[in-house]
Design a protein around this ligand. Structure first.
Ligand SMILES: [Zn+2]
Length: 154
């Protein structure tokens, strides 16, 4: 029986159908540093790289306390960091996932330092009393939404 199983496994390997050797899953991480455009982060590290103009001004990164650069995926969670420069160059704490072999962080929560505490940035409509994560007009009344910092419940 062991032989038969071995043969089957061997055939599967030959067919390329063997299951991948326990590929490691994503890792939950919490990282602290400063949220910056890549070009600012490179400047802070005194790296003078000849890049095409604008190429480093569209990528937002976290410059870690260990001076490592961690690029962020742009999505609903991080869109505010890409679009609102008031949220950059502040101390920040990001929680998210690292995937093996992928240099980008998939952020699940953003907190930035405000009044000496890490707080959650959000955009608020006074009229409708609703908040959203990214800058936009109010989805309810189409009015303006204002950036505010919400003290974290944690
Ligand atoms: Zn509204």
């Amino acid at each position: 029986m062991g032989l038969a199983r071995g043969l089957v496994a061997g055939v599967l390997v030959l067919l390329g159908a063997a299951p991948p050797a326990s590929s490691p899953g994503p890792t939950e991480v919490t990282v602290r540093g400063r949220v910056l455009m890549l070009e600012s982060a490179l400047r802070m590290l005194d790296l003078e790289l000849k890049l095409d103009p604008g190429s480093a001004s569209k990528q937002v990164v976290l410059l870690g306390e260990d001076r490592s650069i961690l690029p962020l995926f742009r999505d609903e969670v991080t869109r505010a960091l890409f679009e609102d420069d008031r949220l950059r160059n502040l101390r920040a704490e990001l929680h998210g996932r690292r995937y093996p072999g992928v240099p980008y962080l998939k952020v699940s929560s953003v907190r930035v330092e405000h009044d000496g505490h890490f707080q959650v940035p959000e955009y608020f409509c006074d009229v409708c009393s609703i908040s959203v994560r990214a800058p936009q007009i109010c989805p309810c009344c189409q009015g303006p939404m204002v950036l505010q910092m919400r003290p974290d419940r944690r």
